[in-house]
Each structure stands twice: as C-alpha cells, then as structure tokens.
Design a protein around this ligand. Structure first.
Ligand SMILES: *[C@@H]1O[C@H](CO)[C@@H](O)[C@H](O)[C@H]1NC(C)=O
Length: 680
C-alpha cells in the first residue's frame, strides 16, 4: 500500500501501431509525462512507459504485467475511437473489476467543453486489484487534456484503491478534499476547472465517422466517484460484484489435485434403465435380486427326469418315456410313478420328478411306431439320489439377495451387466456420468479438416479433436463446442450456453497468451465464477487453470457448479493435463473410485533426464514384460509442442524435479493413460 510519504507509481502505455514500429514518432509519452511533472511531481513516479500495437492480447498482457508489478495507476493512450483497429476499450474493459463511470464522465465532460467530437471517444476507467486504469485518446493534445481534467483526483482514488483508509482521507469533509485536489464543488465540474484549457481542437483517432453516443452533451457529475455505490455500466458484468483477487500462485501438483477434489461437485443420482448404455456407470444403491436364478428346477445334464427317493421304487429298470422337456417355456403334466421324461440341459423338471439320470447311464429299449421318438428306456443304475443333476430354484441367486453394492461399477468386461440382466432388474440408481464440452479459442484457429491450404497465421485445431477422443476413450460423453472467436462477448456467451448443456467445460487456449487472459476475467467477472488455480509447478502444463461457475442444476434447479478446465495450448500438454487433472474430476462426478489414472511402478529401459525446476510428467510407452515387470521406454523429445512425441505413449512417468538422470534399470512411478499392450 502506498503511504502519503512514498510516491504513487504510474505506468504509461501508448497504444499505436505506428509508434510501436517507430518509437520516434510518439509524442504522447512526453505530453503525458509533462502533466505528471507539472501537476504532481512530488506525488508521482512514472515507473514504466511502453508502446504497444493495436492488439487486444498485447494490450491485456501489458496491463496485467503492470498490475502484477503493483503500479497505482495505468494510463493508456490511443485505440479508443471507432476505427476498426481501435480495440483499447475491448482489451481493458474485461480486465476491470470495478467500473469508474465517474472518471469516464469527467473526462468526456471536459473534452466536450473543447470539441463536440469528444462523443467519438470511448474511454473506460476502473480498478483492477489495487490499480486504477484509465484510457485516454490517442492524440497528444487530447490525451493531455483528458488527463489534466481528472489528474488531481487520481491520487486520492489510487490511495483508496490500494487500500487506504477512506474515513481518514475524508476527515475534513468533501470541501477539504476538493481544496486539496485544487477543484471547487458546485457549479463547475472538477474537470474543466482543473484542466483550465480553452482552445478547441480534435481528439482521438476516430474523428469524422459519426457513431456517437447521441445527444449526450456535457454531463456533469455531482458526486465524486468514491462516494457512489459500486455500480457498473458494463453489460458484460455478471451478478456478482464481489471483489476478487486472482493472484494465481503456483501450486504443486498435489495441491492442485486437492483443489480439484474440493471444488468438483459430488455426484448426482439418476435412475436409468438396464440396457447397454448403463456400461461405465457406478451404482448409487445396493441392488437386490427381484427374482431367483434359476427361477425353476432345471436339469444340468441331458438325460431323463425320474422319481427317486426312499419311498419311490428303484430307478433301475425299464421305463416308458412319458414326456419330453426341452429348455423352453411351457407347462408340463405331472410325472407319475413308473414314468420317466426325456430332458435336455437347462430344461425345467416336470412336476413330481426329483432327479435326472444322465443319458450315459441309460440304454434305448424301443422306439415309437414312426421311429422318431424313444418309447422305452432302461436305466442302468439304482443309485440316483433326490436332487441329483438338478439345479435348484435360487441356487445361483436367491430373490432378495444383494447382488451388487453401491459404488460398484458396471463395466464392459466384468459381467455386471449380465448379472443385473439375469435377475430381471429393470432400472437402477446410478451416478450421472458427466457430459464434457470442449472448445477452442482464438481467431487464428481453424477446424483441422478445413478444406484448402492454411492462410498465413492460421493454425489447425488439434487440441479439440485430441481432447474429444481422449474423453470418449475414457468412457465419457464429449460435446464439441467448437471454436470461439476473440470477439468481445463471444467467449462469455459460449461459456454461458455451455453451463446449461454440460457439467464440465474444457477450453484449450489458442496460441497466444492473450486469449487465456481473456478467459480468466470472463470466468470471474462475467460469469461470477471462481478460479481455484491458474498455475501449476509441473512440466508440461504450467498454465493449467481450474475454475468453477455457479450454475443451476438442470435436474432439479438446485445450485451446483460447472467445472471449467483451461488446458495449455498444445496437444501434448493437453493430453497430459487431461489425464492428470480432468480425469479425476470426471471420476468424482461419476462416482468412480479410485479416481484418475492407475498408478504403477515401472522399470526404466533407458536413462531419463530430470528437469531442474519442475516435476515432470514424461510420456512413455509401458509394456508388460515376460519377466512379470512393466517396462517403460520414453517416447523421445518431450518438448510440449511436439504432438509427434506422444505417438504410442500410454503412460506418463512421474519424475521429480532434480539434477541429473534416473538410470536405466531403476523403478519409477507411472500413470497409465491407456491399455497395456504387447510384450517387451
Ligand atoms: C437405454 O437407456 C437409455 C437411457 O439411459 C435410453 O436413452 C436408450 O434409448 C435405451 N436404449 C435402448 C436400446 O433401449
């Protein structure tokens, strides 16, 4: 926090394509520096001046850098007109956390005293963190006059923004403040009095094309900005105006995973019919069998159903074959003493029968007249016991038995689906599997299968198809949300729509830093979301970002969170961070335990070099060796932009930061991303 004794710091950012190419053409830095030395040399120190081209991302980067450095005031000049290249308000607007419409009015009001063309300027002003940002026109004269109009109020505003005690500052009342600022209240606005200039002249870049604010002549502000309730004229601002600091400290991988665990919603429960789409779900209830298996007494051999037992005559002897029981539905007559019935494996025993004699223990005696059926059969043994060769009702599953437990998964390979099907369970409560939406950002990104050659600057989108296949490969539904342009508002709209359709959103940044920097303010300010981390100490994947957006559940309208991951802008890092961070969140939402990739010990078949600073997740091929050990081979170059180095990789070696190498023949931990294939 700045104290009155220490000087306040200011950064001057000139936004001009021309001057960024040839700094000698710039006249604004001297003009604005002059204002500081004329009006506030004892209070102010200009810590940075720089010249930036007309690019949203370049402007945002410069603003964020200055904010990170903790300057009290950022002044931009240029790019506030209506020309196509004028993007300063679009770049600065999303970064502002508290709007300062009063300063905007003050600057416009003073300019309108000088020229009606002031309506052609689109300034924005406000606070980010503890830094005040104001945007001035691009002409040296206009910029100077606008700055002069509000200059004397700026130190007060900056002190407040940096956490100064406003009550103390207000001691002595508004009059005292005005006196200190060299302005008078009442009839005149602070702006014109402070600026004290009179000549008419042109302002800004956009003069000559009339798309003005229309009829907005010389508004007079009657309150000081700091005396107004916090308010906003920014339509992109969401319902939550709570001040948020987003310092994005560097988290360890373990802390990042802990944050994901803490902020990913618990699974929701849905009832689904038992059909093949159930595979991949986890049960949210114990399942009891509604019926027994088998549901009838069934033969386990081909042979003859007989009546055996203490009070029956011996089964040895020749008997008429009274009926036939095949494995099919239908009623049977009761078997009488002295009769037998031909029966096939799995067929129901006729009523009255106690046992089955296998066909091997019998001889055919006679056939029916037409020769097609057996008439009499001799049974060669008298040792048949009651129940012999019979599968009793419920001998596999008794009605009422718990056949599966809450938390157990229904896999494609485990036979769980068959078990549910066998006892006639028609529907079950399971955890809803999350639906995952994937989008890419950046005007330079084109669909990977776009016809024709790339135009200069275009990049084929590899992240989105890569992620979509990874999600589907891990058994979750993926929704393609397409490519979002860098146009203001496009990202917000896409994210807002997505929260109604999907549970998890994955964005993968374009190639430039600027787009990521647009994501964070959009999440926090426009959507009322919260960024839980924005940097992780790992390689690759350092800029991985995890956030949640408050959302209403589509199931019951309750308040839940949509989970957002912003993954780094290249496919290899995307795949690593998907498996490391996204998968555990999907597993939590789906009730899958344990979460994330399986962790195994592998034997290195070659040396691997460690990264000095960061824990590394090194792509590798792991194979099951004939020696009963899993062997790992690095897939070569690990530079994060090399999708080629990912080919064939089914695992990530977990390598701690450190000096030197881990030698061939040593064991390391690995995360299995895919199936184990082949032998070594
Ligand atoms: C299976 O159940 C799902 C609901 O989970 C339903 O949408 C689908 O139509 C069902 N499929 C069949 C073949 O009945």
């Amino acid at each position: 926090m700045a104290s009155p004794q220490s000087k306040l710091t200011a950064a001057i950012l000139i936004i001009s394509e021309t001057a960024s190419k040839d700094p000698s053409t710039d006249k604004c830095i001297p003009a604005l520096s002059q204002v500081f030395s004329d009006l506030g040399s004892s209070n102010w120190h200009i810590s940075t001046t720089s010249i930036i081209p007309d690019s949203i991302s370049a402007i945002q980067l410069a603003i964020l850098k200055a904010c990170d450095e903790g300057v009290n005031l950022i002044i931009t000049s240029g790019g506030t007109g209506f020309a196509v290249k004028d993007v300063t308000p679009e770049a600065v607007g999303p970064l502002i956390e508290k709007q300062a419409p009063g300063l905007v009015h003050g600057m416009l009001a003073s300019s309108l005293q000088v020229t009606p063309f002031a309506v052609m300027s689109r300034p924005v002003a406000g606070v980010r963190g503890s830094t005040l940002i104001i945007t001035l026109p691009g002409s040296p004269k206009g910029a100077k006059e606008n700055l002069e109009a509000v200059f004397k109020l700026l130190s007060h505003a900056c002190l407040q923004a940096s956490g100064g005690d406003s009550r103390q500052m207000h001691q002595g009342g508004v009059k005292k403040l005005e006196k200190e600022a060299g302005v008078g209240g009442g009839e005149t606005t602070g702006g014109e009095k402070a600026s004290g200039h009179k000549q008419a002249h042109h302002h800004g870049h956009g003069c000559g094309r009339d798309h003005g604010h229309g009829g907005h002549h010389g508004p007079k502000a009657h309150t000081a900005p700091e005396d107004r309730p916090q308010q906003s004229n920014d339509p992109s601002q969401g319902p939550s105006r709570r001040h948020r600091h987003s310092p994005y400290p560097m988290l360890s991988v373990a802390d990042a995973l802990q944050q994901i665990d803490a902020h990913t919603p618990s699974p929701t429960i849905v009832t689904l019919p038992v059909n093949e789409t159930l595979v991949g779900h986890v049960l949210a209830e114990d399942i009891t069998a509604p019926e027994s298996v088998p549901a009838f007494r069934a033969s386990i051999v081909d042979g003859y159903a007989v009546i055996a037992g203490a009070d029956a005559p011996s089964t040895k002897g020749t008997f008429p074959v009274a009926m036939i029981s095949h494995a099919q539905a239908g009623e049977h007559q009761e078997l009488q003493k002295g009769q037998i019935a031909r029966i096939t494996t799995g067929a129901p025993l006729p009523p009255g029968a106690t046992s089955v004699v296998m066909v091997e223990d019998t001889l055919l005696v006679s056939k029916t007249d037409d020769g097609t059926e057996e008439k009499e059969v001799e049974i060669l043994t008298g040792d048949i016991q009651v129940g012999e060769n019979v599968r009793e009702v419920g001998s596999d599953v008794q009605a009422g038995d718990v056949i599966m437990r809450k938390g157990e998964g229904i896999s494609a390979v485990g036979g769980e689906f068959g078990l549910l099907a066998s006892v006639g369970v028609k529907q079950v409560s399971v955890y809803k599997k999350p639906v995952v939406g994937v989008l890419s950002t950046g005007d330079e990104i084109v669909n990977h299968d776009r016809e024709g050659e790339l135009r200069r600057g275009e990049v084929r989108d590899t992240n989105r198809p890569t992620l979509l296949t990874a999600i589907r490969g891990s058994d979750f539904e993926a929704v393609d949300l397409g490519i979002v342009s860098d146009k203001p508002g496009a990202l917000e709209q896409t994210l807002r729509d997505a929260t109604r359709k999907v549970d998890v959103i994955i964005t993968s940044g374009g190639v430039s830093m600027g787009e990521l920097d647009l994501l964070k303010p959009t999440l926090e300010r426009s959507l009322g979301g919260h960024i839980h981390f924005g940097r992780v100490a790992m390689k690759p994947g350092k800029p991985t970002t995890f956030a949640t957006i408050p959302t209403k559940s589509s199931l019951d309208g309750s308040r839940i969170s949509t989970v957002v991951f912003s993954l780094p802008g290249n496919p290899a890092s995307c795949v690593v961070t998907y498996h490391l961070f996204v998968l555990p969140a999907l597993h939590k939402l789906a009730g899958v335990e344990p979460r994330g990739c399986a962790r195994v010990k592998v034997l290195l078949d070659g040396d691997v070099k460690l990264d000095k600073q960061r824990d590394e997740f090194h792509r590798a091929i792991v194979k099951a060796g004939g020696d009963g050990v899993m062997h790992a081979v690095s897939t070569g170059g690990q530079r994060s932009s090399r999708i080629g180095s990912f080919k064939g990789a089914n695992a990530l070696l977990c390598l701690p930061a450190g000096e030197g190498v881990i030698k061939k023949g040593e064991m390391v931990e690995a995360l299995l991303m895919g199936k184990l294939v082949g032998d070594v």
